[in-house]
Design a protein around this ligand. Structure first.
Ligand SMILES: [Ca+2]
Ligand SMILES: [Ca+2]
Ligand SMILES: [Ca+2]
Length: 363
């Protein structure tokens, strides 16, 4: 699939047509296939998947900027991570529109999921000075947008798709170290808010990338050996949010470490999550998910207790150059979609089938 899409991060599932949308992502060593502004569409025909370019934002009248370095083996390429390319994708609940972040100019771009043109594409300027927008979550009639002011704070805006306006949720999260143009290993993490989701209780989950996981480049070894992303929870408090307090309490998701040596790798989440509706848990991408180092996979945490409920290793002992403990995954989605038979106020579905399919895909 990488041969068809190149490097991607955002994913969205259109249930009605069994299509997956994905968005081009600028990442050191990982090449692009159709430019840094491409959205792909992958269609399942019952036996196999086929992928094609759905749209290029530049062809839809959007200013996507120009890559200053195109050679992915040139260490200057990684400086562009988070500054250009596309961020997350979400679909509207009726699946008629796709929203994607154009990182270059911090816009939220709305595109029809069928036959997009310049005329039917709309972009909304995400407010904020010096910010880097990326994370999206469509939840309760709003689109939550995660933005990062490097070295300062990360915050979450709520976009009203009807009125077309943004409001501030009031959340403010320490963004760690400032972003640099050259990779710095071993320092404090340079956080980047790359994913947002919600628990069954309506609390907000915030998934932080350590930018080094996507921009690491070192001509001597070309292998990343450590990064420190994070996963945090903000509790719903009326119309506002209260971020977990680590000054007096241990971190809520405290099992996010390498079990072989928790002191050596105390933080292994790498920036994407999927909260499984109705199951009280969240799946997170991690490095070293189980015993093996230089591996990648998933952890599943209980969203009421923060405790780990399961893990899955998806690649093992990638000690070769270019890989190591670099961020090996983008977004996680479920491909089961919502049930489409509704009678009155009741929605009928076979819960067992729905859940098992989700578990097969995710855990
Ligand atoms: Ca953590
Ligand atoms: Ca930890
Ligand atoms: Ca997500």
């Amino acid at each position: 699939m990488h041969g068809e899409t190149g490097s991607i991060w955002g994913l969205a599932w259109k249930s009605k047509t069994q299509e997956i949308f994905s968005s081009a992502f600028v990442k050191q060593y990982s090449g692009l296939k159709a430019g840094h502004d491409a959205i792909f569409r992958t269609v399942f025909n019952g036996t196999s998947y086929t992928t094609s370019v759905f749209a290029n934002l530049s062809a839809l009248g959007q200013n996507v900027g120009t890559l200053t370095t195109t050679d992915v083996t040139d260490c200057n390429y990684g400086a562009q991570v988070g500054n250009i390319g596309l961020g997350s994708i979400v679909l509207s609940p009726d699946e008629k529109y796709l929203y994607v972040v154009n990182i270059y100019n911090n816009t939220l771009v709305k595109i029809p999921t069928s036959n997009p043109t310049v005329a039917n594409t709309v972009s909304y300027q995400i407010p904020g000075s010096g910010i880097h927008a990326f994370a999206l979550k469509y939840y309760n009639n709003k689109i939550y947008v995660g933005v990062t002011l490097p070295g300062d704070v990360m915050s979450v805006l709520a976009f009203d798709p009807v009125g077309g306006s943004f409001s501030d949720t009031g959340l403010s999260i320490d963004a760690g170290s400032d972003w640099t143009s050259s990779p710095v290993v071993g320092g404090a993490p340079a956080f980047w808010l790359t994913d947002i989701d919600f628990t069954d209780n309506g609390d907000m989950l915030l998934s932080l990338s350590d930018r080094i996981g996507h921009m690491y480049c070192n001509s001597a070894t070309n292998r990343l050996d450590e990064q420190k992303g994070d996963l945090m929870i903000a509790y719903k408090n009326g119309s506002s949010w209260t971020l977990e307090d680590r000054s007096t309490n241990p971190e809520f998701f405290g099992d996010d470490h390498w079990i072989t040596n928790p002191t050596y790798h105390p933080e292994i989440t790498i920036g994407s999550i999927y909260a499984m509706p109705g199951l009280g848990s969240v799946v997170a991408t991690v490095f070293d998910p189980e015993l093996n180092s230089y591996s990648g996979g998933l952890h599943r945490y209980n969203t009421a207790t923060g405790k780990k409920e399961g893990s899955k290793e998806l690649y093992t002992r990638e000690t070769v150059t270019l890989f190591g403990k670099a961020t090996g995954f983008g977004e996680i989605i479920a491909t089961c979609g919502l049930p489409d038979i509704e009678i009155g106020n009741f929605v009928w579905f076979d819960k067992i089938i729905m859940v098992s399919k989700m578990l097969m895909k995710l855990v």
